[in-house]
Structures are given as structure tokens and as C-alpha cells.
Design a protein around this ligand. Structure first.
Ligand code: CTP
Ligand code: MG
Length: 312
């Protein structure tokens, strides 16, 4: 049969999901792998601290962004107070110090776009890149990590695409193909554009720009909500869902003689954790009176900025 581009997805596509997911599972780093990584990082930190007591060590790249597979290297950034033209010298000093500490195959690559010390630690089997003051990489690591938390299909798709890219030889920037980082960005962007969207855009600065409310108005509305509008009997506030959900749904209904769940605030990750669990029948009254006091002050007081914060 002739193979050609087809808009319509094959009807049996989902029979491949379990197989793909098991590839994903097999690529996830094991606990042992992570422990070995930590060991390597600890001995690296000791070496660095001896040479530069004030330096900070950041992990970046796939060992810290949740897109690391069992084949990933360890990427480390040394944050140190020096000018850009001092970086090469620091790298040479660092390479020397690492060799002294018994690391193997240590090489300072000072001419690269991002100059690094590269080493292949025979003890752990890891290869490790150390750069200096590359704080963009530290920031994008956190961003990728945040995306990975939002929907599991994000790490799943990315692991599988990275795996494919490595095996097909299209993950080699020095041969003109793309970095792992580029592939992960391609996956995230793709998921942001799915309809309906699977990922939001976390950096969209003007999210909320349509809303022009001032901080005074928002503070008033906040206390007004907690004083007069929140349905304490039935509702749970959930940042995870971006909305309120019902106590019933969470099985957080208040039974007779049970003081829990009088005000329900779901933890976004530990979803069985109600941050309101500490509140009892007395303190709920105290809290609600305080919300009402604050709302009333913001509504009627001549000098709310003073009255609001008057010590109890
Ligand atoms: N990086 C970057 N800009 C690039 C390439 C990389 O900022 N042009 C940073 C990113 O923080 C990236 C890290 O360097 O996560 C490491 O890059 P790379 O090794 O390509 O990706 P990893 O995510 O570490 O993937 P792998 O599992 O293949 O090691
Ligand atoms: Mg890496």
C-alpha cells in the first residue's frame, strides 16, 4: 500500500498507548540512579566549597526539570561572583580541583557558546557538565519542571520524543540537530496549542490584564467573599481546579461531633490534605468574625488602613 500523509488518524491508534507508556516507565530514572546522582553532586559540592566558599551550586537541565531519563547526564551551574571574562579561568581552576579529588576524564571546554567543565565520572558512570553563572538555564529548568507537574502527558510525550531523537540520531547539536531542551520545548508548545489545551502558558505576563481592579477593591472583595459569600457548609476552595468544589465530592462532610472541615482549603498537590483541618468550632467563629470585621471596615471606615491592622 502507498504510504502518504493522511489527516485522519488510524482507528486503532490507542492500541499503542500501553506500549508507549511502558517505554516511558522504563525510561524513568530509578531510585538507585537518583541516589547515585545525589552522591556525585555531594562530592562535587565539597570540592567547589573548598575552592570558592561563597559559591552556590544549582542543578539544572534534566536532572532537575523532571524530564530526566535513566540516560540523562548531570548538569550543574556554579553561581559565583565574578565578571564574564573570568569564567575561563574559573573553569580551569575547577577542572584542576576535580582532578585532584579523583574525578576522571575532566576537561575544561572554554571555547563553547556555554563554556563548561565536562567530566565522565567512572565511579558513578555519569557524565556531568558544569557551567558558570548560567542563570537562564536555572530559570528555564524551573519553568519546565512546573510544566511537567501540570499534566502527566507532558513528561510522557517528552520522554518518548527525546528517546526517539536519541535513537534516530537527531539529538546532536554539534551535528546540526536539536538539543533535548529544544525537543521538550517543542512538546510543551504543542500541548499548549492542542484544542482543548493540555498546558497553559505560564509566562503570559498579561494574563489577567482584562481585569483592572485595584488592590483596595480586591482586598475588599476578598474579605467580603470570606465574610458573606463563601458557602462554608458545602464548598471547598481548590487552586488545583481553579474553582470551588463540593465537600461531598471530597468526602469532607462535617459529621456531628467532628470538628473538622469547617473551612475547606484543598492543598494543590496533597489533595487529601485540608489546610482548614486545624480549625475547630471556636476558631471558625473567631475567623469569620475577623473576616466580617475586615469587610465592614473596608466598607465603612474613614481610615481603613489604620483600623484594619489594629492589634487585637
Ligand atoms: N539549555 C539552555 N539553552 C540551550 C540548551 C540547553 O538553556 N540552548 C539548558 C536547559 O536548562 C537544559 C539544559 O541546558 O535543560 C541541559 O540541556 P540538554 O542537555 O539539552 O537537555 P537536558 O534537559 O539535560 O536533556 P538530557 O536528558 O538529554 O540530558
Ligand atoms: Mg542534560
Amino acid at each position: 500500500t502507498q504510504r502518504r500523509w493522511c489527516e485522519e488518524i488510524r482507528h486503532d491508534i490507542d492500541t499503542f498507548t500501553p506500549g508507549l507508556l511502558s517505554i516511558y516507565e522504563s525510561l524513568k530514572p530509578s531510585e538507585e540512579h537518583k541516589a547515585k546522582q545525589r552522591q556525585l553532586i555531594d562530592s562535587l559540592a565539597k570540592c567547589v566549597r573548598r575552592e570558592w566558599p561563597n559559591a552556590q551550586l544549582h542543578l539544572y537541565g534534566s536532572c532537575a526539570n523532571s524530564f530526566g531519563t535513566c540516560h540523562s547526564d548531570v548538569d550543574v551551574c556554579l553561581e559565583i561572583d565574578i565578571a564574564a571574562d573570568g569564567i575561563a579561568e574559573v573553569l580551569l581552576t575547577l577542572a584542576e580541583a576535580l582532578r585532584k579529588d579523583g574525578f576522571d576524564n575532566v576537561e575544561a571546554i572554554t571555547s563553547a557558546r556555554v563554556p563548561i567543565v565536562r567530566m565522565a565520572d567512572s565511579g558513578s558512570g555519569f557524565s556531568c557538565d558544569i557551567c558558570i553563572n548560567n542563570l537562564f538555564a536555572v530559570a528555564n529548568t524551573k519553568l519546565l519542571k512546573d510544566y511537567a507537574q501540570i499534566d502527566e502527558r507532558c513528561p510522557q510525550l517528552s520522554f518518548i520524543v527525546k528517546h526517539w531523537a536519541k535513537l534516530r540520531g537527531v539529538n546532536e547539536t554539534y551535528h546540526g540537530t536539536l538539543s533535548s531542551y529544544a525537543y521538550v520545548l517543542m512538546c510543551i508548545s504543542f500541548l499548549q496549542q492542542r484544542e482543548p489545551k493540555i498546558l497553559p502558558c505560564l509566562q503570559l505576563q498579561d494574563f489577567g490584564a482584562e481585569n483592572k481592579e485595584s488592590i483596595a477593591k480586591l482586598l475588599w472583595a476578598f474579605f467580603h467573599y470570606w465574610a458573606f459569600h463563601h458557602d462554608y457548609r458545602n464548598d471547598v476552595i481548590s487552586v488545583r481546579m481553579g474553582n470551588t468544589i463540593s465537600k461531598q465530592e471530597k468526602n469532607w462532610t462535617t459529621r456531628v461531633g467532628n470538628d473538622r472541615h469547617l473551612i475547606c482549603i484543598e492543598d494543590p498537590f496533597e489533595t487529601s490534605h485540608d489546610l482548614g483541618r486545624v480549625v475547630d468550632r471556636q476558631t471558625i467563629r473567631f475567623l469569620r468574625e475577623e473576616f466580617e470585621r475586615a469587610a465592614t471596615i473596608l466598607q465603612y471606615d474613614d481610615d481603613p488602613c489604620v483600623a484594619l491592622f489594629e492589634p487585637f
